[in-house]
Design a protein around this ligand. Structure first.
Ligand SMILES: [Ca+2]
Ligand SMILES: [Ca+2]
Length: 156
């Protein structure tokens, strides 16, 4: 019995070690922004800032072997296909000029609820040091949206 207990204990320790991992997150932006072409009196940010929002952020060097980084943001009023049939694309997110996210919501106005989007972005798209994120709605401003709490999350 004693031997069995030792073996079980060894396996348990092994499992703990196997499950050990590290994770980190980087907040790119917390504030709420509004893109589009319509004033929305009831919104947190009533007046749109234009069709494009751009920000530079600093990414420290990450450990090797990370294949992708999760880009997460909270969005409001991203239109669905019902409202964008006249254009073949949604609201776009670019990292360093490369398209990494295409947001299509639900119904006309995203059901008026805040909604998270997660995108797996291949790690080679990021630079060690300074990077640029760009979020844009169609250049006719047809889809007014708000967004906030943009962050990167990585596990290794
Ligand atoms: Ca609009
Ligand atoms: Ca909208």
């Amino acid at each position: 019995m004693k031997k069995i207990a030792v073996i079980t204990c060894s396996i348990f320790i092994c499992l703990l070690v196997t499950k050990m991992s590290w994770s980190a997150s980087l907040i790119i932006e917390e504030d709420t922004h509004h893109l589009g072409n319509n004033t929305m009196p009831d919104w947190d940010v009533p007046v749109p800032e234009g069709y494009v929002w751009v920000k530079d952020f600093f990414l420290p060097t990450l450990p090797g072997g990370i294949s992708y980084i999760v880009l997460r943001l909270d969005t409001f009023h991203v239109n669905g296909w019902e409202c964008i049939s006249f254009r073949p694309y949604g609201d776009k997110i670019y990292i360093n000029g490369i398209l990494v996210g295409d947001m299509i919501g639900y119904g006309c106005g995203g059901n008026d609820a805040w909604r998270f989007y997660n995108f797996n972005v291949e790690s080679h798209i990021f630079h060690d040091g300074w990077n640029t994120i760009r979020i844009e709605v169609p250049d006719d401003g047809s889809d007014d949206i708000m967004f906030r709490d943009i962050k990167l999350m990585v596990n290794w």
